[in-house]
Ligand binder design. Sequence first.
Ligand SMILES: C[S@@+](CC[C@H](N)C(=O)[O-])C[C@H]1O[C@@H](n2cnc3c(N)ncnc32)[C@H](O)[C@@H]1O
Length: 298
Amino acid sequence: MSVNRPGAHSNDERLVDGEFLFTLGDFRTIAAMLHGDAGIALLESKATLVYSRLAKRLRILGIESFRDYCALVVSAEGADERVRMLAALTTNVTRFFREPHHFEHLKTKVLPPLLDAARRGERVRLWSAACSSGQEPYSMALTILSLMPDAANYDVKILASDIDPNMVASGAAGVYGAAALEPVPQSLRDRWFAAAPQGRGEAQWCVRPELKALVSFRELNLIGDWPMKGTFQAIFCRNVVIYFDDETQARVWSRFAPKLCAGGSLFIGHSERIAGPAATLFQPTGITSYSLRSGGVR
Ligand SMILES: C[S@@+](CC[C@H](N)C(=O)[O-])C[C@H]1O[C@@H](n2cnc3c(N)ncnc32)[C@H](O)[C@@H]1O
């Protein structure tokens, strides 16, 4: 399978050689839906990837061409399939304690005063704003538990949200293979995970109730409405806006400002930058970590 030469301009031109006809027009239809639904900018260089991820859906549905698949997903009857298409095209790569300096910063700088406040009865809220299968919010929760093992008895909560309902369900289930748990320090693994009943294959571990109690999973589209009323002391939004166009990125960064408490922290992905007018709202506090500037709410 290969992408035919760049520079084709006809919508009818075949874009990828393979089992199903996939034209530039089909690619553009899919790219426009992904942009409209999720803010994701799909480059033509990703055509082969789009083809291979969606060809599986065509086989399952018994559909013979991408033209017919596009007709389905743009129609009202295709609404469920459109969600599946979006899930197939998003990248869900994640791991426990990814970009470990953020968790060190959280543990040493951000959490100590917040957990003192929680012990005095105050509310502490953190948000993992594109949580994938849950490793990020559970890493935040494990960092809390490493400082405050009885955190579940206080008003301390993490909102974990993602656009992909499969990821939200997987995070809420909280079951991980031994390989996924490797980045978790042994002491935290022993204390906050329990061995799942052994089936065939890799050993599985479940998050214990005290860990699960700190995290609430919800479906949420970063380019849609954010129904939460309160503010957060820290937001992790990492390795997601990298897939958005510049304008959408800038809008998302600006929308975080009123969702942060005074001086609240924002952690972003290693290859992401806060640029444009939104940059004035935040001040750097470390590698890809920021705090809300005073008066920094628009
Ligand atoms: C690469 S993962 C990053 C996971 C985690 N934040 C990390 O850094 O390990 C990107 C996640 O963003 C989610 N996503 C993509 N577009 C989104 C949108 N518009 N709103 C919310 N989540 C989105 C995807 O479903 C995926 O789970």
